[in-house]
Design a protein around this ligand. Structure first.
Ligand code: BGC
Length: 998
């Protein structure tokens, strides 16, 4: 670490925590090792073959006794192994100078124990390893990250081997975990295992477990295999006993935060009602803290407990195993309890190492966002030690660079009061249960959700072990999934373990609520019980940063009503401390493209100004020094490019239009400006003048659009850049930055002309391929999305606008063929994440609401309602994530059932169907438009709904009467006015109150 950083690490805590008195970050330096859930590690053995017995071979083992491979119900690899029958073996054959890697019994194809050693399936790799002296002490090392193992011998890297039979990389259910480790010796072979060390994969690669006592291994007369579980610690539980003075307490406040997540309790009573505090942020830049009023919890003598878990600080992060322990490898807590007495006296209790105890055998044996929680209700809650002061020094990863910022850089650190939280939105009760195999019970919550279960258990015996798995979908009864029908489909959860374990205390009634993990699921599978639990014993706590919705919608089409609900559920599930792409698989990241397209819907659905403001801080925290906006925030990294990075411009703009928060624009402006500068400096091709971006695979276009291969991506980039410039022009004007505004206006005008010259056939309005694709230059693009953006961003006007609208309508009304060759009927939604958000608005803005309504109410694939007809209770990542006829269509891995992006049509339901539309010149609803358009196709016969604004609730309703005319009813809140724009009628001003028309 750079010297400057070291100095800053020492100095910043003093400066920033001054208001916290002498509070210190405290915790334990005993790491938590729960080996069956550890998919990244570096394991190293020092081994010496026995010369006296002329021994030539020895094998070391890991990945042994993975419980998932010991129960046929827990894997789809068709195995059910006994004790010590499954493991990964690295065998040293010293005489042949070979290091071989074997996978034993992970799949039905791997060699069964006892089969001939020559069997081809189990030998994964053979590496040559030179040794001058075979009887010297040698070192075998394996660095294993989500199934990819790199082998070294005596410090020399030999090569890589893929161990995971499910597939390579983070997209698959992950094998092996560290699990049990040990050795195997053939009869007559002897050796000494001098040392076994397990470290973290990511720097600083601290030791998790070490066996330093030399072990003689091997026997003369028979082979030996030994596997043991490396286990250490639990999630830290911090405790402080204190008494208060014998006088009236006027107020007691606890100020607290953690590296990791925490929850506190006083005398066994929960402090606050938040989950996952302090929430995610780019912790090395911005870290939030909470303040709680704890006055009612105090007694004369008290116990303050704080439970710590990995949260977003440590453990799994993104789809990359190398990001494990992303921010650091140690958890810590800092807090200050201020007790004020009525007489003006006060007591302060801070986190002082000497005054707090830490338990490393707490009931929460392990808790991780991705992996799940292991709760042992028989644990002694013993092994108390004095808490230690936890400094960051030596505990920060040094990886990073490029678009992934280094997290050991604390030079811009700020500690801020938290303005958002995660709370309980609602509680669901299981709707049904099915015993899919003997004693395997799958409960259906009836709704895909994000949160945690609350399970009431009775009559268990002490030590009874229950396993909980979580899935969004079950395997359908189709030939492709033969033998699996009705069982949990976990392939799309990928490398996240998403499994809880509960070990019962044996009370008459006990409750399991794994508060320190998060699952995205509809189905809970419970094993370890002999009889099913009653349905009302299986609850789902729906957790979200959203506590209530500010918009509602209902119409005569029940499928559209379900679509609306699905949008709400996907928003709930993905607004959990940050706006994520999905809440279930090993990803759950703040992808910029997703929030950019969904933000217009989001700001109407709920009061998310503080939430998005926090997110914009995260975007700034990972914006590069040159100005590139992140594709993912916090964390950085990922891919996408301009259509993703533009979230840094569009999201603050949506917040401005909805909430009229000028301060938010002001604090973000420099970052927006830097981004435009970055795009100008890096994304243009000098020769053609085209915005070509980075010319990499990661330059994403209309992501998951069904005809995206026909697009000219640079058209999409250019259109969004123009939109960005337009927002910059308006923002600069608002903030009084007139020079900037002029510059952006000029550039905007130039780029609009450039767009028309390069992407449009002016005679017909057809979109055409630019010089960016030399071989296709001049050919028609003619995809839906290619028309949507230039129309949405007012790049074309007048006659050209009319022609392009006609072309767009023609692409919708014709049959289309997907990139995969699937024929789609007229009125199919061929657009991807980016252009779907705008298509309906563009149609309505250009007097084709008839087409918008038909597109909306289309039920055939591909359409918004198709997933609804297939049983969707949330918005899916793909419009055909699941179908009754083709199942998952081969997309078993990248297939989330809870992805809000396609739900961006929510804005149109409010703005055009209900017709509650912002006046962009008077943001925050001081004045707004009412412009409902009843369905011209006659399919939908009424729509009603509301939007809550700072002035109160705006209501809108239209009903088609029996004579075919339309009746309207509106409520306009006090303090605001509306202009009524009805099709074919002159505008009319309406003031506060109820209005019924005609
Ligand atoms: C995510 C998306 C994201 C995308 C970028 C995916 O894995 O789930 O929603 O925008 O990557 O292509």
């Amino acid at each position: 670490m750079k010297l400057l950083n070291l100095l800053l690490l020492a100095w910043i805590p003093l400066l920033s925590y001054a208001q916290w008195g002498d509070a210190k970050w405290i915790g334990t330096d005993v790491p938590t090792v729960y080996a069956p859930y550890l998919p990244q590690f570096r394991i190293c053995w020092s081994i010496q073959l026995d010369q006296d017995s002329h021994s030539t071979t020895a094998a070391v083992l890991f990945g042994g006794n993975d419980p998932r491979l010991m129960d046929r119900n827990m894997n789809i690899l068709d195995v059910e192994n006994g004790q010590d029958e499954s493991y990964i073996k690295v065998q040293l054959s010293a005489d042949k100078h070979f290091l071989s890697v074997w996978r034993i019994n992970y799949t039905a194809k791997d060699r069964r124990r006892g089969a001939p050693a020559s069997s081809a399936e189990e030998l994964l790799a053979n590496f040559g390893c030179e040794m001058a002296d075979i009887y010297a002490t040698h070192e075998i090392a394996v660095a294993c990250c989500l199934g990819t193992a790199t082998l070294s011998f005596d410090g020399n890297e030999l090569g890589r081997v893929e161990l995971n039979p499910m597939g390579t990389g983070g997209d698959y259910i992950c094998f092996p975990q560290l699990a049990d480790i040990g050795y195997e010796m053939e009869a007559g072979q002897r050796a000494t295992l001098w040392r076994t060390t397990v470290r973290n994969y990511r720097s600083p690669c601290h030791v998790l477990y070490e066996e330093a006592t030399p072990v003689p291994i091997g026997m003369a007369n028979k082979p030996v295999r030994m596997l043991t579980t490396p286990r250490r610690g639990s999630m830290p539980l911090l405790r402080r006993h204190f008494a208060i003075k014998d006088k009236r307490v006027s107020q007691a406040t606890l100020t607290a935060t953690a590296r990791g997540i925490y929850h506190a309790s006083i005398n066994g009573q929960r402090v606050g009602n938040e989950y996952y505090a302090p929430g995610i942020s780019q912790y090395n830049k911005t870290h939030y803290y909470q303040t709680y009023d704890v006055t009612p919890l105090l007694q004369s003598s008290n116990t303050l407990d704080v439970s710590l878990a990995e949260g977003w600080w440590a453990g799994g992060m993104t789809y990359s195993g190398g990001n494990w322990n992303y921010f650091g490898d140690q958890l810590a807590f800092i807090g200050r309890l201020l007790i004020r007495y009525a007489d003006g006296d006060s007591t302060v209790i801070t986190t002082q190492p000497g005054q707090w105890q830490v338990c490393s055998n707490s009931k929460v044996q392990y808790a991780s966002m991705f992996q799940g929680e292991v709760y042992d209700n028989t644990a002694g809650v013993d092994s108390w030690q004095g808490a230690k002061e936890m400094t960051l020094e030596g505990h920060l990863p040094t990886e990073g660079g490029g678009t992934t910022p280094k997290v050991d850089d604390y030079s811009f650190f700020q500690l801020l009061p938290s303005t958002t939280s995660v709370g309980l939105f609602t509680t669901l009760t299981a709707q049904g249960v099915n015993e899919v195999r003997p004693h395997v019970y799958i409960y259906d919550m009836g709704q895909n959700m994000a949160g945690i279960p609350k399970i009431t258990l009775t009559g268990l015996h002490k030590g009874q072990r229950l396993t909980f798995r979580y899935a969004e979908v079950l395997y359908p009864d189709l030939p492709a999934y033969s033998g699996k029908a009705g069982t949990m489909m976990l392939e799309n959860i990928r490398a996240a373990m998403a499994q809880d374990i509960y070990i019962a205390h044996g009370d008459t009634s006990e409750e399991f609520i794994p508060e320190q993990t998060l699952h995205g699921y509809r189905y809970v599978e419970i094993t370890g019980i002999d009889h099913p639990l009653p349905l009302d014993a299986v609850k789902g706590l729906v957790l979200s940063s959203i506590q209530q919705f500010t918009a509602d919608f209902e119409c005569s089409n029940p499928l559209v009503n379900r679509l609306w609900k699905n949008i709400q559920w996907s928003m709930l599930s993905n607004f959990i401390s940050m706006p994520t792409d999905c809440p279930q698989r090993n990803e759950r990241m703040g992808w910029s493209g997703d929030i950019s397209v969904f933000s217009r819907t989001a700001v109407m659905m709920a009061q998310v100004d503080s939430f998005l403001r926090k997110h914009l801080q995260a975007m700034r925290d990972v914006q590069t020094a040159e100005g590139r906006m992140p594709d993912i925030a916090p964390i950085g990294g990922g891919f996408g490019g301009l259509l993703w990075g533009s979230a840094g411009i569009t999201v603050p703009w949506e917040c401005w239009l909805q909430y009229a928060d000028r301060q938010l624009l002001a604090e973000h402006y420099d970052a927006m400006r830097a981004y435009i500068h970055y795009v100008d400096a890096h994304y243009f091709d000098r020769e053609t003048g085209l915005l070509v971006q980075e010319r990499q695979w990661g330059d994403l276009g209309d992501w998951l659009g069904l005809e995206d291969s026909r697009n000219d991506k640079t058209l999409l980039f250019e259109a969004y850049y123009i939109y960005d410039l337009d927002i910059m022009r308006q923002t600069a004007l608002l903030l009084g930055k007139y020079d900037d505004a002029e510059r952006y206006a000029k550039r905007l005008a130039e780029r609009k002309l450039f767009f028309i010259d390069n992407y449009v056939d002016k005679a017909t309005g057809t979109t055409i391929v630019s010089a960016a694709y030399a071989e296709r230059k001049g050919q028609a693009i003619d995809t839906q999305g290619s028309y949507v953006l230039p129309l949405a961003f007012h790049i074309v006007e007048g006659d050209l606008r009319r022609k392009m609208t006609e072309r767009l309508v023609a692409t919708i009304q014709r049959e289309n063929v997907t990139d995969q060759g699937v024929r789609c009927p007229p009125y199919s939604l061929m657009t991807g994440f980016i252009t779907t958000a705008w298509i309906s608005r563009v149609l309505s803005d250009n007097q084709r609401s008839d087409v918008a309504y038909r597109l909306l109410q289309q039920q055939d694939y591909p359409s918004w309602l198709y997933p609804v007809t297939q049983g969707a209770t949330t918005i899916w990542e793909r419009l055909n994530s699941y179908t009754h006829t083709a199942g998952f269509g081969g997309n078993n891995a990248m297939n989330s059932f809870n992805h809000y992006s396609f739900g961006a049509v929510g804005q149109w339901l409010v703005n055009r169907c209900l017709g509650i539309e912002r006046d962009e010149r008077q943001p925050g609803y001081r004045h707004f438009f009412l412009r409902p358009e009843a369905d011209p196709t006659g399919q939908m016969t009424y729509a009603k709904g509301h939007l809550d604004t700072p002035y109160g609730r705006i209501e809108s309703r239209w009903t088609v009467k029996s004579d075919g005319t339309v009746a309207y009813a509106f409520v306009i809140p006090e303090g605001t006015t509306a202009t009524l724009l009805l099709p074919g009628k002159a505008p009319r001003e309406l003031s506060a109150g109820r209005h019924e028309l005609p």
